[in-house]
Design a protein around this ligand. Structure first.
Ligand code: ADP
Ligand code: MG
Length: 230
């Protein structure tokens, strides 16, 4: 069997603020195999964002072990973490997080520029992926000139253009109407199948949950359910 992309062992996270401790996650154990399309669900405050941030190395666990692509994320130094995030992990956020002064194609190229990809290859890859997400002809628009659904498609293109092994998406459909949300999830599914990328995304939208092959439910920082449907 191939090594899982993501492994969590007894992961806990406590936030401390002005002597107040918030137990956000308690003893999480999770295996996410390669090419999985896993949905994290649970009410607001159940720990979805915290879990995604820990997996993506944006924050550190208070205790426990997190392995991504065979690397212990919880033990990596700052620069190693930055390199892992740049080359192995794609992020999609609720608020799109595109760079407003850059066009769609420039936003997609930006990450490749940081990765040191040559200009001609960058442009070709960015054009191809924007076409794949259905934005043919809109490459030169800035985020402000695109709808929410279109902006999120740019964000998906940006996250996936370098074929990372893992894409993390925190409530990627939260700001979209239900039809646009459904289309976006279908796009993520297409990317998952065509590019063989592992996806972990969070939502509290029932429609989005119905699309996922694996539904992990969090409550008060614990995994209370983990079901797989094929
Ligand atoms: P969800 O994404 O499911 O809404 P979060 O991971 O954002 O849940 O939050 C889990 C818990 O941790 C909540 O009780 C929240 O208030 C708390 N929390 C999240 N981030 C912080 C932070 N930076 N400082 C203190 N508490 C936090
Ligand atoms: Mg959240």
């Amino acid at each position: 069997m191939t090594e899982p992309t993501v492994v969590l062992r007894n992961v806990s996270k406590v936030y401390r603020q002005n002597a107040v401790a918030v137990q956000a996650l308690t003893e999480i154990n999770l295996d996410v195999p390669k090419k999985d399309f896993a949905c994290l669900s649970g009410p607001s405050g159940s720990g979805k964002s915290t879990l995604l941030n820990l997996i993506g190395g944006l924050d550190r666990p208070t205790s426990g072990e997190i392995t991504v692509d065979g690397k212990r994320v919880d033990l990596l130094g700052k620069s190693e973490l930055a390199a892992l995030r740049l080359h192995r992990i794609g992020f999609v956020f609720q608020a799109y997080n595109l760079i407003p002064v850059l066009t769609a194609i420039e936003n997609v190229e930006f990450v490749m520029q940081l990765q040191g990809v040559a200009a001609a290859e960058r442009a070709a890859k960015a054009r191809a992926i924007l076409k794949e997400v259905g934005l043919d002809g809109l490459e030169h628009r800035r985020p402000g000139e695109l709808s929410g659904g279109q902006q999120q498609r740019v964000a998906v293109a940006r996250a996936i253009v370098s074929e990372p092994s893992l894409v993390l998406a925190d409530e990627p459909t939260a700001n979209l109407d239900s039809k646009t949300a459904g289309n976006l999830i279908q796009l993520l599914q297409h990317m998952n199948q065509e590019h063989g990328v592992t996806f972990i995304f969070s939502t509290h939208d029932k429609l989005v949950m119905d699309f996922s092959r694996r539904l992990i439910t969090l409550r008060d920082g614990r995994v209370v359910d983990d079901v797989r449907r094929e």
